[in-house]
Ligand binder design. Structure first.
Ligand SMILES: [Zn+2]
Ligand SMILES: [Zn+2]
Ligand SMILES: [Zn+2]
Length: 326
């Protein structure tokens, strides 16, 4: 076997930015499948029948429970890729377009299922973080259209979450308050960027939005982990998620491509200064025009916003109202 073909799955440390890169060539071994084949439909080898939603192991993971020894290097640091990668199949129905097209009851079911998986994973020694995320749209490279999301259980804290944790901890010590609770209060006072609110949750476009149609969803209760939510809170999360996504979907003639991610506290340790939330990045800036993370964003790390969040918030809010009255 050629040296460059050998099986490699490891973490590589970037000493310049102080962050891990997950390296794996498992994916390049992906077998060819006819384009009509859907691995998430009922009745396949892994899926079977008689389910409402499923969590499957990703067959081409970036992380493994028992990873092989990482490579050694005379200068650079590597580590074992401990962890898990899962696919959450959100419905047996292939032709449903988006999470927002599922019933509130079904979305609650999916969130509960993810919560159960989190409970199980948090017992594991190397599990530091449980990242639930959802990529939607061919525009951003999603080839399997069957409604699904993903979970990465990582042996490190993802870098964006780490930045939030550090800022929230500093704020907590300086002000004796939660940064996120204060943001919720300010957004509710300003009103203009608030999109939807129910008994337990509020969704808004943040003052400091990075992506053109960015939506954040916060629980009103100061809570750190998905597994701390009550069943009533989960039900209402399903409601606010459904209608916030529905608003995004109906902004333009084609459904909005987006990335959604759950930010919560790490699985180990005490992070009382943190506040769970969901971030959704709607990636079209106008009809047919995708916002790219290009030179300034990827190369420099700072976003440019080509409108103002207050104006875009009003545009989503109008669509959400239509969804609610539908
Ligand atoms: Zn399918
Ligand atoms: Zn809080
Ligand atoms: Zn966040």
């Amino acid at each position: 076997m050629d040296d460059d073909k050998k099986f490699v799955i490891e973490l590589r440390w970037d000493p310049t930015l102080g962050e891990w890169v997950m390296v794996s060539n498992v994916r390049s071994a992906r077998p060819w499948q006819p384009t009509s084949f859907c691995p998430f439909c009922p009745g396949n080898e892994e899926t079977g029948y008689g389910w409402r939603a499923l969590i499957l192991e990703n067959r081409f993971p970036m992380l493994m429970e028992l990873p092989p020894e990482p490579s050694t290097h005379r200068f650079y640091k590597t580590a074992k890729s401990y962890g898990k990668c899962y696919v959450v199949v959100e419905t047996p129905e292939h032709s449903i377009d988006d999470l927002s097209d599922l019933s509130i009851d079904q979305i609650s079911y999916v969130i509960n299922l993810i919560g159960e998986k989190q409970r199980e994973e948090s017992e594991k020694r190397h599990a530091q973080y449980f990242l639930w995320f959802r990529n939607k749209g061919r525009e951003i490279g999603v080839s399997l259209t069957h409604p699904h999301s993903q979970i990465y259980v990582t042996p490190f804290i993802p870098i964006r979450v780490l930045r939030e944790l550090n800022n929230a901890e500093r704020y907590w010590h300086e002000n004796k308050r939660c940064l996120f609770c204060d943001i919720i209060d300010i957004e509710k006072e300003d009103k203009i960027r608030v999109l939807l609110e129910n008994e337990f949750w509020v969704s808004f476009m943040p003052f400091y939005a990075h992506w053109p149609f960015e939506v954040h969803i916060y629980p009103k209760r100061h809570v750190q982990l998905l597994t701390q939510l009550t069943s009533k809170e989960i039900e209402q999360l399903a409601q606010i998620l459904k209608y916030s996504l529905c608003g995004l979907k109906n902004l333009f003639s084609k459904p909005m491509p987006y990335i959604m991610v759950l930010h919560q506290a790490p699985l180990k340790g005490d992070h009382i200064f943190y506040h769970l939330h969901i971030e959704i990045y709607g990636m079209l800036r106008e009809e047919g025009k995708l916002k790219y993370a290009a030179g300034m964003e990827t190369g420099g790390g700072n976003f440019t916003y080509d409108s103002i969040p207050e104006y875009n918030a009003i545009r989503i809010k109008e669509k959400i109202e239509k969804c609610l009255n539908h």
